[in-house]
Design a protein. Sequence first.
Length: 150
Amino acid sequence: MLQKLLNDEDFSYEMKRHIKEVLEILLSKGINFSILTNISEIGFEPELPQEIRTTFKPITMFVLAGYTFESCIVDDWGLSFEAGFGNENYGSLVSVPMLSILQIIVDETPILINLSVEIVPKKRVDKSEGVKRSMEALLSNPENEKLLKK
């Protein structure tokens, strides 16, 4: 039963939305935090040198404080921030897909745990948009106007 829930498209969508909302709250309130991530899904621009990249474990923590915190940007896709790596403080823009964030941690305490799995969504349609499109389709046929007048 748990696996079914964790692999559910609706659950995945809601978890993604929740992660985004928690990140936005922390950023708006100026609260430094850490994220525990699945490193295989993280992007670096420019790409990190191999000697730095190989030091990462499959699950890697990033501490967002100082300039790294100030450079954070959250959007529907995920979180991005600038960070320095290695002894030379090699700079890179880090891009983290929302569901690659496994935990959000404040003062060494997890405040969010994400167990969901990224599901490629079928086309998610806003229900009000669907009603609007249905009504437009109905009204596009002049014969249907008779039905609405009654």
